[in-house]
Ligand binder design. Sequence first.
Ligand code: 7TS
Length: 410
Amino acid sequence: MEKIIQNIDIKAIRKDFPILSQQVNGKPLIYFDNAATNQKPSSVIHALTSYYSHDNANIHRGNHTLADRATAAFEDTRKAVQQFIEAKEAEEIIFTSGTTESINLVASTYGRANIKEGDEIIISGMEHHSNIVPWQLLCEEKGAVLKVIPVNELGEIEFSKFEQLLSEKTKIVSIVFASNSLGTINPIRKIIDKSHQFGAIVLVDGAQAAAHLEIDVVELDCDFFALSAHKMYGPTGVGVLYGKRELLESIPPYKGGGEMIKEVTFENTTYNDIPYKFEAGTPNIADVIAFKNAIEFINKIGKETIAEHEIELLAYATEKIKKIDRVKIIGEAKEKVSVLSFIVDDIHHFDIGQMMDARGIAVRTGHHCTQPLMHQFNIEGTVRASFSVYNTKEEIDELIISLEKIIKIL
Ligand code: 7TS
């Protein structure tokens, strides 16, 4: 416990997040909705205003100084992402609007080009809707079949059942690295290896993993990897799709428009090289540029240090919450990121959320876009507290005290 406090200066880190120093409903803000989106350090906020104050121009097409500066900064973020996830080449990094768009891109391009009637796509029972619905749409269009890996009571996937689902019919396995509702970290490496043995390609939904777990896409050998900048201290509206070069080159474009072409005539159009083939139109330039500052923020503290702190908070909160009568934790996998989901007997999660908010505590309530998972646990939703690098044990103490009071009142 001491070690973490020595390694990481939370007070200094908190000072770097202007939003945290405010009062909400007369109480100091305690922000525990980090799995939805986490807060932004001043370097990210400054990068946005600086870009619009000094460098704003459209990229890749101008031949003037501002366009050059904006293009260079945009491409610098691509290189930073490449290094962050250890991809072989910057060209394998495609900017999207977020994880949702990244997954839709793969379903609409790779999926449409490769999936035929009777083929099978495997997902897990703990997927976010954004890793369910794009595959349902594809299956409906192609007459393919969606198979689901069951999740046990602890919130872990049943690996042996996954093995039973795999066959030569399996073409795509799309799986979440870390669950947003339960916190479960899936055995991604094992899943990828097994899927490859059957010739299936694997997409990893890394939305909840990217800010907390080491990512090495080459070592993982995943075919596609999706993430969102806004869950990594970066701006909203930016995401990444990583894909292996040969796959990205082999699949058709996603959207048609400027930037994604080599040559257009009314008879025929040839497409640009990757990554531009998948980046039609003016992208979210400012936010992509500021995303680099978010990556630098994580790198400066060190992902391992961040993860250690968050896991310490999770263990502390879990131990305390378990002592409260009528509380049940949803998601007790051995390996978890810092997500604590719980329900309280006979009290609606929404009421708890509202009463927490009155105390300045921001938690998430509801199904967290994982309705099938909620059905499996026979619940409508949970209260979810998710921790980030700037959270403290004192804040968790406040959460616990508030929860005890709320339970007494209700
Ligand atoms: N996959 C997972 C595992 C997620 O947690 C989310 C967002 C997404 C995909 C979609 O990401 P987006 O950036 O494209 O929206 N999860 C949440 C959440 O838990 N609460 O709000 C958004």
